[in-house]
Design a protein around this ligand. Structure first.
Ligand SMILES: [Zn+2]
Length: 345
């Protein structure tokens, strides 16, 4: 029972639950309340200890501090995360991968590859990360929040069904997509990934699927080496993988125009019933490992464009999950613009 151990050890999860406002949804005041943007966060996500590493707990500390300072935090509806079950992780991942991550963590920690650190708590934290996305899905499907942002780590979009890599252990957005289909009967899910890196793990998961569209803008050539324009899916999935590779130093206007074109010609016509964002903010201009040129306000533009598609066919239902973004000064500003767009503020 790995999750219980963390709860007992930290007490933080229970405390967060106790503080969470849980209004019932009805009429009047609660109708207004229901229109709020949800936020998933818990201090448990700080316990994935990567040491000296760009993907550090400090990222979440600066984001949450900034959202509070900007007066946005209290306007968001807190959604408590939970521990995903092993069966939920296995909606996407092979049992062997789950066992390997668990055993490295149980052994005191180690590495899944040169970049991908596992600390003693990381297996459990990764279950809570996926579970955070799943609780956001449930809250949005129930109408308890109009849309939601999950401030969680470890990130997920590089994790393939069989391999943890690129700072990622389990693929939070892919698991959330499968979950919303299985639990809520949603047929078509759109995953949009504007992280500066291609989400190879998400693409792998749905390459031959046919029910999930995966759209990514990313720097190319760049890590992890995938995401060419001619990678379009196969079989039932043909045409549902949409890659927009962009060279180093691409102008923001070019990226935004490409994004808008895909919204109009591919994402909109797909008529998604649910939208999930791999929200990486390493395409920010000053990101130390990015190489694209987006300013914070451009993440507002991208969010607004995507909201148009979500409003048209998905009743506005969006769950956004943090992926990359390594500028500790710029990351909070980018997240602020994303939140403002989600919340319409
Ligand atoms: Zn990235």
């Amino acid at each position: 029972m790995p999750c219980q151990r963390v709860v007992q050890a930290s007490g933080e999860v229970k405390q967060a639950r106790d503080q969470k406002p849980v209004p019932s949804i009805g009429t009047g005041f609660f109708e207004w309340f229901a229109a709020m943007t949800g936020i998933v966060y818990d201090d448990i996500y700080l316990r994935h200890d990567t040491g000296e590493h760009p993907e550090s707990a400090e990222r979440l500390r600066v984001i949450t501090a900034h959202l509070k300072k900007a007066g946005l935090w209290d306007s968001l509806k807190r959604i408590a995360p939970r521990c995903a079950t092993e069966d939920e992780i296995k909606l996407v991942h092979a049992a062997d991968l789950v066992r390997r991550v668990e055993s490295v963590a149980k052994g005191g920690g180690g590495n899944m590859d040169a970049d991908t650190v596992v600390s003693e708590a990381s297996y459990e934290v990764a279950l809570w990360a996926a579970g955070g996305a799943l609780n956001a899905v449930d809250a949005v499907m129930a109408g308890h929040a109009s849309n939601a942002l999950c401030l969680l780590r470890p990130p997920g979009h590089h994790a393939t069904p069989v391999r943890a890599m690129g700072f990622c252990l389990f693929n939070n957005v892919a698991i959330a997509a499968r979950y919303v289909q299985r639990k809520h009967g949603v047929k078509r899910v759109l995953i949009v990934d504007w992280d500066v890196h291609h989400g190879n793990g998400t693409q792998d998961t749905f390459y031959r699927d046919g029910s999930v569209m995966y759209f990514s803008t990313h720097r190319y050539p760049f890590y992890p080496g995938t995401g060419r324009r001619d990678e379009i899916g196969e079989g039932p999935g043909q045409g549902l993988i949409v890659n927009v590779p962009l060279p180093f130093n691409t102008r923001p206007e070019t990226l935004i125009q490409e994004f808008e074109d895909v919204m109009k010609t591919k994402a909109g016509p797909f008529k998604p019933e649910f939208v999930i964002i791999s929200a990486g903010f390493d395409a920010y201009r000053r990101d130390p490992i990015g190489g694209l040129n987006l300013e914070p306000e451009h993440f507002r533009t991208l969010t607004d464009l995507l909201k148009g598609v979500a409003d048209a066919s998905a009743k506005g239902r969006i769950v956004s999950c943090l992926e990359g973004g390594y500028s500790l000064t710029g990351l909070p500003l980018c997240v602020e613009q994303h939140v403002r767009a989600l919340a319409g503020r």
